[in-house]
Write a protein that binds this ligand. Structure first.
Ligand SMILES: [Zn+2]
Length: 552
C-alpha cells in the first residue's frame, strides 16, 4: 500500500492533499531527495548481505534505543559509506570490529568514514547504535512513523509504518529500494513484559528479563526483504495458526490479533486461504514459505509488510466498508487481505529499484484483485471489477514518478496500472500465454529488485508483440487514447487521437454484434464491410475512449 491510497478514501485524501502534492512534484529537487532516492557513490560500492536490528521500544517515553548490525560485501574498494537515519533519531556510535568509526550528519544521511579503504570482494560489518524520540505518524500508513496508540480496551497498541518516507524513519539502514539484504534480517524487539512484539518472519525465541520486566522477541527473516516491508507491532497480541496445503508444500499461516478480535478474525481470515490459492494459481509459488505467511492486526487499514501483512479492515469485506468498483463485486472479498497479500508477489518478491516505479507494486496489486475475483467468481465479475475501478483514475500526473529522488508518480498507479495490465492481456488475447507471462515474471525475477524497463521488455518478449508504445502511453503520459470513428453505410473509418507517436494498439470491436480486430493508428483507415454497419462497439476491456464523428 501506501498506498492503500485508493478509491473513495484515496480520492478523498488526494483531494485534500492535492495542492501540496502537485507542488511537491514541481518543486526543485533537493540534495536530501537525491541522497535518499539515488544510488550515490557512498551506496554503490557495497552490497547488503544482512541486517541484525535490535530495538527497544520505551513506551512511557515514546523513545527508541537500539542498534543495527549491517553485514555487507564490497563490490569495489571504498572508505566512505552512506547510512540513513531521519531526525530526531540520532546515531550515537558506530562500531567496526574493535574500533569506532568517525561519522558526520547531513540531514537524513550519515557519512561514515572507515579507518582505511576496504578492498573489493570483502565481507565486513558495522554496528550502528542509535536512539531518540522518533517521528510520530500523522496518518498511517500514508504518512510513516510510529503510532503510539491504545487498543479498544485501553492497552498499548504500537505500530510502525514506513512506505514512502522510508525505513530510516525508525531504524538506521541503507534506505534505497535497489539493495536488499540477501541473507535476510534478524529483528529483536524489547518491550514491557506484559506486551507482545510481532515483526517479520518467524519468532525464533523470546527472552524474559524478569527483574527488568521486559521481554525480547527475536524474529528471523531468511529471505531478502525490502526496507519498507520491515515492521514492528506491539500490543496485547494472541495468536492462532493453521497449516495450508499450498501448491508447493505446507505453508504456515499465522494470525496475530488482539484477544477481543479473535472470533471475528477466525471468521474473516478464511479469505487468506482462498487468496493464497488464487495467487499461487496465477503467479506461482508463494515467495516466502521459509518465513511463513502472517496476518497481523493494526490500528490503520493495512500494509504489505513482508511475511507479516498488516490488517485493519474491520473484519468486513470491501475496503473500509466501501466497494472499490462500485459494482458490488468489491463486497465479495476482504480487500486488504487480497490486495496486501498480492504484494507478497509484486512488491516483496519482485521489488522496485526506484520509487518512481512504484506501479510495479501497486498496478499489479490492483490488477491482482481482479485475478482473485476471476479465479473464484468468474470472468464477468472480474471484468466488472477492474473496469469499475477506472472511476478513480484522475489522469493528473504520469504513473511513473521522478527517478533518483524518491518521488512517486500519480496515485493512478493503482487503477490505471491495473487497467493497463488488463488492456495488455486483451491485446495479447491468449489466456494461456498471459498466465505463463504472470508466472514467468514471478519466477524469472524471483527475489529481485527491478526497473520498469525490465518488466516492459519481459512482457513484450514473452507476448511476441511490441508493447513499448502501450507502456509509454499509459505509464508516462496522462492521455487516454481516443478512437475516433465514422460510419458511412458499409464503410468504417477510424484513427487514434491523443496517443504517443507510433501508438497502434489493436482493438477488439463488435460490428453488428460480430467481434473483429481493428488496428488503428494516428493515420485514418477505412474498412469496407459486406453489409451496412448498424452497431459499432469497442470491447470494454480495452482502456480507451471512443467518439463517433457524425458530421463530415
Ligand atoms: Zn498496495
Amino acid at each position: 500500500m501506501r498506498k492503500l491510497k485508493i478509491f473513495a478514501l484515496a480520492v478523498f485524501l488526494q483531494t485534500q492533499f492535492a495542492t501540496a502534492y502537485v507542488l511537491a512534484q514541481t518543486e526543485p529537487i533537493t540534495r536530501q531527495e537525491t541522497l535518499r532516492g539515488s544510488v550515490t557513490p557512498e551506496r554503490e560500492w557495497w552490497d547488503l548481505l544482512h541486517y541484525d536490528l535490535k530495538v527497544e521500544f520505551l513506551l512511557e517515553r515514546r523513545r527508541l534505543r537500539g542498534s543495527n548490525t549491517i553485514t555487507f560485501r564490497t563490490l569495489k574498494p571504498g572508505s566512505k559509506m552512506q547510512i540513513d537515519l531521519q531526525p530526531p533519531l540520532t546515531i550515537t556510535k558506530i562500531a567496526h570490529g574493535d574500533s569506532q568509526l568517525k561519522f558526520e550528519r547531513e540531514g537524513n544521511v550519515y557519512w561514515v568514514m572507515f579507518e582505511k579503504e576496504i578492498l573489493k570482494g570483502v565481507e565486513d560489518k558495522i554496528e550502528v547504535f542509535y536512539e531518540g524520540v522518533p517521528v510520530v505518524s500523522k496518518n498511517p500508513p500514508w504518512v510513516g512513523g510510529i503510532t503510539w496508540g491504545r487498543d479498544d480496551l485501553g492497552d498499548p497498541f504500537v505500530n510502525t509504518t514506513a512506505q514512502g518516507i522510508g525505513a530510516s524513519i525508525w531504524w538506521p539502514n541503507k534506505d534505497h529500494g535497489s539493495d536488499e539484504p540477501d541473507r535476510g534480517m534478524q529483528i529483536s524487539v524489547t518491550v514491557p513484559d506484559n506486551l507482545v512484539a510481532v515483526s517479520n518472519g518467524r519468532l525464533k525465541k523470546t527472552d524474559h528479563d524478569v527483574a527488568g520486566k521486559k521481554k525480547t522477541f527475536h524474529w528471523q527473516v531468511v529471505n531478502p526483504i525490502n526496507n519498507y516491508g520491515v515492521n514492528v507491532n506491539i500490543g496485547n497480541y494472541v495468536n492462532f495458526s493453521e497449516k495450508y496445503q499450498g501448491k508447493f508444500g505446507v505453508l504456515d499461516l499465522e494470525y496475530w490479533v488482539l484477544p477481543h478480535q479473535k472470533e471475528a478474525a477466525i471468521r474473516q481470515f478464511k479469505d487468506v486461504r482462498r487468496t493464497i490459492e488464487a495467487f499461487e494459481y496465477w503467479f506461482g509459488k508463494y515467495p516466502f514459505y521459509e518465513d511463513s505467511y502472517k496476518l497481523v492486526t493494526v490500528s490503520y487499514p493495512g500494509m504489505e509488510h513482508q511475511s507479516s501483512v498488516t490488517y485493519g479492515n474491520w473484519f468486513k469485506n470491501g475496503y473500509l466498508q466501501r466497494d472499490p468498483c462500485a459494482c458490488g463485486v468489491g463486497f465479495k472479498f476482504d480487500f486488504i487481505i487480497v490486495h496486501e497479500s498480492a504484494h507478497e508477489w509484486f512488491g516483496n518478491n519482485i521489488s522496485m529499484k526506484d520509487a518512481a516505479d512504484m506501479w510495479i507494486h501497486e498496478g499489479f496489486a490492483n490488477y491482482s484483485e481482479n485475478l482473485f475475483v476471476e479465479y473464484h467468481f468468474g470472468k464477468k465479475d472480474a471484468e466488472d471489477y477492474v473496469i469499475g475501478t477506472r472511476r478513480s483514475i484522475r489522469n493528473d500526473r504520469p504513473i511513473i514518478g521522478v527517478y533518483g529522488t524518491n518521488r512517486e508518480g500519480s496515485g493512478d498507479m493503482y487503477p490505471k496500472g491495473g487497467n493497463m495490465l488488463h488492456t495488455i492481456r486483451h491485446v495479447i488475447n491468449d489466456d494461456a500465454k498471459w498466465l505463463s507471462i504472470l508466472r514467468g515474471l514471478s519466477a524469472d525475477f524471483w527475489h529481485q529488485t527491478v526497473t520498469t524497463e525490465q518488466i516492459e521488455s519481459y512482457i513484450t518478449r514473452k507476448a511476441g508483440i511490441d508493447l513499448s508504445k502501450v507502456f509509454e502511453q499509459y505509464l508516462r503520459t496522462t492521455q487516454i487514447p481516443l478512437l475516433k470513428y465514422r460510419i458511412n453505410g458499409k464503410t468504417l473509418s477510424f484513427n487514434y487521437e491523443r496517443v504517443v507517436k507510433g501508438f497502434a494498439m489493436p482493438l477488439r470491436v463488435s460490428i453488428n454484434g460480430k467481434e473483429t480486430v481493428i488496428s488503428p493508428s494516428e493515420l485514418q483507415q477505412t474498412l469496407e464491410f459486406p453489409e451496412e454497419i448498424k452497431t459499432f462497439e469497442v470491447n470494454r476491456n480495452f482502456y480507451v475512449e471512443s467518439e463517433k464523428v457524425t458530421s463530415n
